[in-house]
Design a protein around this ligand. Structure first.
Ligand SMILES: [Zn+2]
Length: 285
């Protein structure tokens, strides 16, 4: 009786025990298979399958219009500048344009972005004038420093115009002055992606300060302009540079009065954080 009871009692439990073992075995097999096999049932390529690194192609084209004798040197200066390679590299990962964005040097008008032809125009004259300003205002002592500053402000200007193109391409909402937004686009890219980007941003800011020196007085045209005033653009860039690294740029606001300096030092780290986060949200990784 007991044995019969035992038999009837244990039979189903043994069955369940075997069932649990079988399920466990099947489950384990599935897991180990999943852990050792990739891309089952898909045709997705594995990046290094053939040991190849696939470089994305640049998504900007450069074009140089014929220059006159006076601008020949400026044309060569731009053609040989590392700025072009920097823009190309950024167009492979940070701002990818499809179709490719055209960047034309030697146009009559500009710097500007023309959404109709999807092209940016930079007159040789503009680069020449920047160089003259850096040279004549005595900010730099050597020709090498003048050339570097000219190159730096060209990079900032190109990034500024690319910012307009990027906003149009991605239909990014504009909540405020677009001109200020693309100044920020340029400075944020410099600070995040470019070696010595902070120096480049400061040299570009200096160009605005130098342009301001040539302004004797303001009229209505200055205040209704879509651009902020040169000095505002100057201080905006400095604010972002300071905010990105307050310890390094303790002296950046030394030309301001003590109270203004204090205000900027309080405000700019938070301002940088907000603008940086905003643009990185829209820029590709
Ligand atoms: Zn603009």
């Amino acid at each position: 009786m007991y044995s019969s009871l035992l038999t009837t009692k244990y039979k189903p439990q043994l069955g369940i025990y075997i069932l649990v073992l079988m399920i466990s075995f099947l489950f384990y097999s599935t897991i180990s298979q999943a852990g050792t096999t990739k891309n089952i049932g898909t045709n997705l390529p594995i990046d290094d399958q053939y040991g190849l690194v696939l470089e994305p192609t640049p998504t900007v084209n450069f074009r140089f219009l014929p220059s006159n004798t006076a601008m020949r040197q400026t044309e060569q200066f731009i053609e040989q500048s590392p700025v072009l390679e920097t823009i190309k590299q950024l167009s492979q990962k940070r701002f990818v344009f499809s179709p490719a964005l055209n960047i034309v040097f030697g146009s009559d008008d500009g710097p500007l972005f023309d959404p109709i032809t999807n092209s940016i125009h930079i007159p040789y004259q503009f680069v020449n004038e920047s160089r003259q300003l850096f040279k004549n205002k005595g900010l730099f002592k050597t020709q090498r420093e003048v050339n570097q500053a000219t190159e730096d402000s060209l990079l900032h200007t190109l990034l500024h115009e690319i910012g307009h193109a990027y906003i149009a391409d991605r239909a990014i909402p504009i909540l405020g002055k677009e001109e200020d937004s693309v100044d920020n686009f340029a400075t944020i890219l410099l600070l995040n992606d470019i070696p010595r980007g902070d120096d480049i941003a400061i040299n570009s800011a200096d160009l605005f300060a130098l342009e301001d020196l040539d302004t004797d007085s303001f009229d209505d045209a200055d205040f209704v302009s879509e651009h902020s005033l040169d000095l505002q653009r100057y201080y905006n860039i400095l604010c972002l540079v300071y905010g990105s690294n307050p310890n390094r740029y303790q002296r950046i606001f030394d030309e301001l009065s003590a109270s203004e300096r204090k205000q900027q030092k309080l405000r700019c780290p938070e301002y940088f954080a907000v603008i940086n986060q905003g643009w990185l949200h829209y820029l590709a990784e």
